[in-house]
Structures are given as structure tokens and as C-alpha cells.
Design a protein around this ligand. Structure first.
Ligand SMILES: CC(C)(COP(=O)(O)OP(=O)(O)OC[C@H]1O[C@@H](n2cnc3c(N)ncnc32)[C@H](O)[C@@H]1OP(=O)(O)O)[C@@H](O)C(=O)NCCC(=O)NCCS
Length: 195
């Protein structure tokens, strides 16, 4: 699957993208991506190789003008309820997004995420999209809000991605945002009337 926007192409990863990926995952910008840290170009190539062939839910964000991979976006179908039985409908998605720091602040994340959400809602049967973001991650929260997601709540000391200097888990406060398909359709309709 290839998704095209005004300035971007969202496409499956290629083996030749490893150097661009290494550029933004040498030092993951936020703790929740600490586990994705790449220690060498060689490691980037090996990890990319494992995920070549993912064509539906995992996309490289590519600049049309240069072909450079400036980030990635992904989300997979899930039931959205931890105790759901195995036959429950997988119509819920939770996106993970990141951009190379040199390409932030240019509207590319919004352009990519908007197109990706529309693809999930219109083509992949999404009913609900939710996002977790840490309470200090204002840029990610801002992106959620621009996409029309509702702030649903804050989970205090919800998760730990890294350790404190004394080796104990460092717990983080997590904000949850979400949007339903009917909300997405409503905000996209022409001449919408606020009631
Ligand atoms: C979260 C993240 C993807 C957001 O990226 P971003 O570049 O800040 O987001 P946007 O695409 O919305 O662009 C932001 C700004 O670009 C500016 N901009 C510049 N040129 C623009 C253009 N041509 N069109 C639109 N916006 C433009 C806008 O002013 C916009 O700010 P505003 O919404 O206040 O007006 C990015 O900060 C990131 O990768 N963070 C690290 C990873 C991370 O935290 N992931 C989420 C974990 S929960």
C-alpha cells in the first residue's frame, strides 16, 4: 500500500532505508522508544530486514522531493480491550509516530498522521483510534489535538520505560487520546455545522 499526500509518500520500508532510519533512531527522542535504539548501521540493516514485507500497517514517511525517509508511522488492528476473547473484532488501532528531529516543526507529522488515520478509518475498518503519550510530550499531544482526538484521561505512574540512577523503574504519567470513526467522519464533512 502506498499513501500519497501533498509533500509525502507513505510506503512500506525498503532495505535501502536503513541509513535514514539509523539517523533518527540512534538516539530515540522519547523514553517510550528507548527499546528501539539502534547502536549501529549494521543493527539498523538487520532490524529493517526483519520488517520488510510489512505492507499494510507500518509505513516509512518519505519526502517526495528528495526520497529521504524522515520518520515512520504504524498501528495494528487490536480488540481495544485486554480481556476480549480471541474472536473479538479487531477494529481499534493505536498509532506510533516519530520524525527525524531535523524534519520536525514543518507540519510533516500532521500531514502523515492525517492521511494514515483516514486510511485506517476508510480502508482498514477502524472504529476507534487511541494514542498514549507521556504527560511531558507536548508535541505529540498537540498532534493528537490537531487530528481532532479527545483527551480521555491521565494514568498516573502508568508505565516505566527507563530506570532511575538507583536502578528502580522510573514511572511515567500517560495521557490517553482517542477518536471514533463517526467523529472523524463528522469533522471531515464539508460545511460542518457546530452544534
Ligand atoms: C510528535 C512528533 C511526530 C510531532 O512532529 P511535529 O513536526 O512537531 O508535528 P507537526 O507536523 O504537527 O508540525 C508542527 C508544526 O509545524 C509547523 N509548520 C511549519 N510548516 C508547516 C506547513 N507547511 N504545514 C503545516 N505546519 C507547518 C506548524 O506551525 C506546526 O505547529 P502548529 O500545529 O502549532 O501550527 C515529533 O515531535 C516527534 O517525532 N517526536 C518524537 C517521537 C514521539 O514523541 N513520538 C510520540 C510518542 S507518544
Amino acid at each position: 500500500m502506498i499513501i500519497e499526500t501533498e509533500r509525502l509518500i507513505l510506503r512500506p520500508f525498503l532495505q535501502t532505508d536503513a541509513a535514514d532510519v539509523y539517523e533518527y533512531l540512534r538516539e530515540p527522542a522519547v523514553n517510550c522508544f528507548a527499546y528501539m535504539k539502534l547502536n549501529s548501521l549494521d543493527e539498523a540493516e538487520k532490524k529493517k530486514k526483519k520488517r520488510i514485507g510489512e505492507t499494510e500497517y507500518y509505513f516509512a514517511i518519505v519526502l517526495k522531493e528528495s526520497g529521504k525517509v524522515i520518520g515512520e508511522i504504524e498501528a495494528y488492528p487490536e480488540t481495544g480491550e485486554p480481556h476480549a476473547d480471541e474472536n473479538a473484532v479487531r477494529d481499534t488501532f493505536s498509532p506510533c509516530w516519530m520524525l527525524n528531529i531535523n524534519y520536525q516543526g514543518k507540519g510533516y507529522a500532521f500531514e502523515a498522521a492525517y492521511a494514515f488515520f483516514d486510511y485506517l478509518f476508510q480502508q482498514k475498518g477502524a472504529r476507534r483510534i487511541y494514542a498514549y503519550t507521556e504527560d511531558y510530550n507536548r508535541s505529540s499531544q498537540h498532534l493528537c489535538e490537531k487530528l481532532g482526538m479527545r483527551r480521555e484521561g491521565v494514568f498516573l505512574e502508568f508505565v516505566s520505560f527507563v530506570k532511575n540512577p538507583d536502578g528502580t523503574p522510573r514511572y511515567e504519567n500517560t495521557v490517553q487520546y482517542a477518536i471514533l470513526k463517526r467523529e472523524w467522519d463528522w469533522q471531515r464533512r464539508p460545511n460542518k455545522v457546530q452544534i
